[in-house]
Design a protein around this ligand. Structure first.
Ligand SMILES: Nc1ncnc2c1ncn2[C@@H]1O[C@H](COP(=O)(O)OP(=O)(O)OP(=O)(O)O)[C@@H](O)[C@H]1O
Ligand SMILES: [Mg+2]
Length: 233
């Protein structure tokens, strides 16, 4: 569905990605793994049009998207949940969710139900200020908000960071459900390789801006040498 080909991206003098190629299949979770500074965030930001590539191409269903502005991505079915769980703290949970639907025009009554069905805790807290949510609840809110745009592919940047393992497992199980039930495609950037590979179909490992492995998730998890060298477990 999403294909990245020979992508090179620099931040001024720093080359963050060098000739990165991989693809993310429709209806699957593709994990992008790697240590701090590997280039994971740069990759997601380039895919969603927030950075320009120096060279290479990005296509969505065969259509080149690397020259398109970031604001056109929602209409193409691509939603990006950045690092850091940014919510509008002085708005309620429901108001934050509604913002996610604005890119597609009017929010329809059924739109909120998808987020509420998936994340029951958000339904219970719909009138609570987003600034008072726990970290795990905030992560659910930013995913729910992205889903309001009814994307076909969801880009997630380190959703597990700083969350308890039990909460991470819960969020990843819900991602799996979206993939299975709705055919959603997910590009999941994670440093937490153990958790990510337990839910992903495929894993791509970045090291200093280069792809050093691209394999079925179960095979990556079983590759001792690779795990020790690049994944830290
Ligand atoms: N705006 C920027 N200006 C200069 N260098 C940058 C900028 N953003 C990222 N970099 C550099 O690009 C490289 C890749 O950074 P990036 O944030 O993509 O890594 P990452 O894999 O997401 O790391 P982390 O796991 O810490 O989030 C790093 O060396 C970083 O210092
Ligand atoms: Mg990052």
């Amino acid at each position: 569905m999403l294909a990245v080909d020979s992508l090179t991206v620099s931040h001024g003098p720093v080359t963050a990605l060098r000739e990165v190629s991989f693809s993310a299949a429709r209806g699957a979770i593709t994990a992008v793994l790697g240590a701090n500074g590997a280039g994971k965030t740069t990759l997601l930001r380039t895919v969603s049009g927030l950075h320009r590539a120096g060279a290479g191409s990005i296509t969505l269903d065969g259509r080149p998207i690397d020259r398109l502005p970031a604001e056109s991505m929602v209409a193409l079915g691509l939603a990006h949940v950045p690092e850091g769980r940014g919510v509008i703290t002085e708005l309620s949970v429901e108001e934050n969710l509604r913002l996610g639907g604005l890119g597609r025009g009017r929010v329809r009554p059924g739109d909120l139900d998808l987020a509420y069905d998936l994340f029951g805790v958000l339904a219970e807290r719909r009138n609570q200020l987003a600034g008072t949510l726990s970290g795990g609840e905030r992560q659910m809110l930013v995913i729910g908000r992205a889903l309001m745009a009814r994307p076909e592919i969801l880009l997630l940047d380190e959703p597990s960071l700083g969350l308890a393992p039990r909460v991470v497992a819960q969020i990843f199980a819900l991602l799996r459900r979206l993939v299975v039930d709705q055919g959603l495609s997910v590009l999941l950037v994670e440093q937490n390789a153990i958790s990510a590979l337990s839910v992903a179909d495929r894993g791509v490992v970045l090291h200093l801006g280069r792809v050093v492995a691209d394999e079925e998730a179960s095979r990556l998890a079983a590759d001792d040498q690779l795990r020790h060298a690049y994944l830290g477990f």
